[in-house]
Design a binder for this molecule. Structure first.
Ligand code: HEM
Length: 256
């Protein structure tokens, strides 16, 4: 669990002061935005009772807030903006995040968007067919087990937000990493892997929209570069850890 702390500041602001309150916080927020101790912040207003506002600030830690931000040159500037509203504070405390957190289903996973398990099976079948005919990669994958493509399809499906099928049937991240240890993958081989899986994505009819493909390629770049590192002489195998979960990133799916 992260060491982040969430500070909640609850205000009760008379209706006739709310415009000035929002204007003051708009100015003060530039100091939060500049603070390296501040992860993010949000000021919300109660829909049922307009006089209630809640400011949520995620700090890198309580100590960073109290001994970092509060001692920094940004704090007096921040306080000068919001000082008139200090008497209107009803609560100002730090909360530790618990393990109960997650996202809903408003945004489809990359797995669902791609077409589910079948799409990844199609992808890896086409991909390893290409790999075994490729002058650079065929020697790397000589003697490939027949179930390899299926395992990689399960892995990719899990990474892109599908069911934990690889973890449950094969092992976690450490198991997958171990398959690459000592293989001495070169940059030329890595790049060919990246190129061929993109060709395979086209042939296997994975979605071609900009948002999906940018997330897909981002993972492939990340994953192949880790594969090169873990296959090298200086690799330090990670402690067993969950399979990474890849999400859309900066460009959310276009849902018309
Ligand atoms: C995003 C990038 C990558 C992913 C997701 C990936 C995924 C996997 C997975 C899941 C396995 C284990 C399969 C199993 O459990 O049977 C595996 C094994 C392997 N990977 Fe990768 N890999 C990646 C990059 C690469 C690259 C760049 C190379 C070499 C150019 C490579 C070469 C191999 C080899 C040789 C094996 C062992 C195959 C065997 O068991 O005979 N991988 N990979």
């Amino acid at each position: 669990m992260s060491a982040h702390t969430v500070e909640y500041v609850r205000y009760r602001i008379p209706e006739n002061q709310s415009a000035e309150f929002l204007a003051a916080y708009t100015r003060a927020a530039t100091r939060l935005a500049a603070a390296p101790q501040c992860v993010d912040y949000e000021l919300t207003r109660c829909e049922e009772d307009f006089e209630h506002f809640v400011l949520r600030i995620t700090w890198t830690s309580t100590e960073d807030h109290l001994e970092g931000f509060r001692q920094s040159e940004l704090f007096p500037e921040f306080l000068a903006e919001v000082r008139p509203f200090v008497p209107a504070i009803e609560e100002m405390r730090h909360y530790t995040p618990t393990t109960v957190r997650g996202t809903g289903s408003a945004v489809p996973t990359l797995y669902t968007w791609a077409g589910g398990a079948e799409a990844f099976v199609r992808l890896t079948e086409v991909f390893y067919d290409k790999v075994l005919k490729d002058d650079v990669l065929a020697p790397v994958f000589a003697g490939l087990a027949p179930e390899h493509a299926t395992h990689v399809a399960l892995w990719l499906g899990e990474v892109f937000g599908g069911p934990p099928a690889y973890s449950e049937t094969q092992g976690g991240h450490g198991h997958m990493v171990a398959k690459h240890l000592g293989r001495g993958i070169t940059e030329v081989q890595r790049r060919r892997w990246v190129n061929l899986i993109q060709d395979a994505a086209d042939e296997a009819d994975l979605p071609t929209d900009a948002e999906f493909r940018s997330a897909f390629v981002a993972y492939v770049e990340w994953g192949t570069r880790l594969a090169v590192y873990f296959s090298g002489p200086d690799a330090v195998p990670p402690a067993e850890q969950p399979v990474p979960r890849w999400t859309w990133g900066a460009a959310q799916p276009y849902q018309g």
